[in-house]
Write a protein that binds this ligand. Sequence first.
Ligand code: ASP
Ligand code: MG
Length: 386
Amino acid sequence: MIVMKFGGTSVGSVNAFAQVAQIVARSAAEEATKPRPGVAVITSAMSGVTNLLIDAATKAAHGSATSHHEITATLAKKHGEVLEHFIANRAERATLERMLEERLEEFERLCSSIAVLGELTPRGLDLVSGLGERINAPVLAAVLRSQGVAAESVDAVEIVATDRAFGEAEPLMEQTTERCRARLLPLMERGIVPVVTGFVGATLDGIPTTLGRGGSDYSGAIVGAVLDVDEIQIWTDVNGVMTADPRIVPNARSISQLSYEEVSELAYYGAKVLHPKTVIPAVRKRIAVRVLNTFEPEHPGTLILEHSNSEEYGSVKGITAIRGMTLMTIAGRGMAGVPGIAARAFGAVARSNANILMISQSSSEVNICFVIPHNSVASTEAALRD
Ligand code: ASP
Ligand code: MG
C-alpha cells in the first residue's frame, strides 16, 4: 500500500495531468499484485492557484470589490482546459463543470464578504486558500478515470481533523486516523484510488483549516502514516532532494538517500523540495519517504529512511540557503561568567515569539549570537532591552 502525493507543477497543465495518470496507472497495477495492495493519491492545487487565491483575498481585504473577478476567470479557464481535454463523457463533464462553478461562486462570495468587512482573518484566508485543492481533487479523480484508473475524490475536510491554528493547523492524529481509515480503506480494498485534497483539513466542528504553505507534502505524510502504508511518495518536478538549489548551483546533483533527520534539517533551512514537517508522521511509523520527479519518473530520486548511507557519502549531504534572516548579538562585559544569562536572554526572545534558527556563544562568554527572521527583530530587541 502506498501514498502518492503530487505537487502543483505535477498537476499544472494538461500534459502534467497526462503524466500523472500514467504514473498512477502503473503504480496501481503494480500494487494490485502485492499482499496489501492499494494506492491513495494526495493532490496539491494546480501550480500558481494558491497564490492567486491568496492574492485575491488580500486585495479584497484592502477594499477592492472587483479584482477577484479576473482571478475567477483565470481559474475557470485553467481548470476548464483540463476538463475539456480529458473528459469526453458529456454528463460527467457537466457535473465537473458544475462543481467548478460552485467552488468559484463560493470564492466570489468569500472575496465580496472580505471586501465588505475590510478584514481578512486567518480563518477566512484558510477558507479561500484551500479552494485550489478542493477544486483539483475532483478534477484529478475524473482525469484518472478517463485514463482507465478507478478513482474517487475525497475532501480532506472530512477526514483530516486539525486543531484551530488557522493557517498552520496541526492534525489531531486520533480522529484523523479513525476518519481516514474508515473512508479510504474500503475504497482502496475495492481497487479504487482515493484522490484526497492536500493542504486542507477541518476543525472538529467542521471549519476548514490549512496546514501552512506547501502543506500538501505534510498531508501526504499524515495520510500515509495513518494508513500505515509501505511508502510515502512525494512527486515533484525535480529529481529528488539535491545537493544544492539547482537554480543557484547548476552542477547540483540528486542525493540518493537521506535520513529523516538530514532531510528535516535541509527542509527547515531552506530546501524548498519538501515541507519541513513532512517526515514527522513518517518517523513515528518508520515509513520510507521517496521524492520523485513526475517529469522523469524513471529517475530513482531520493529515498528517505531512518538511517542514510552516510558512511558511503560522508556526513555533509547538501547545502541550503535561507533568506530574510538577521543575526542578533548581545554583548557586554557584564555577561562573562554570569550564571543564568543565557536563560534570561532566551527567555526574552521566547516572550517575543521569535523562532530562533541558530545560536552561538563566544568562548569568552562576552557575547551570544542568534539568528531570527527579519520580521521578528523589532519585537525581540524590545523584549531584550526590557
Ligand atoms: N497549494 C498549497 C500551496 O501552494 C499547498 C501545496 O501545494 O503544498 O502552498
Ligand atoms: Mg511543495
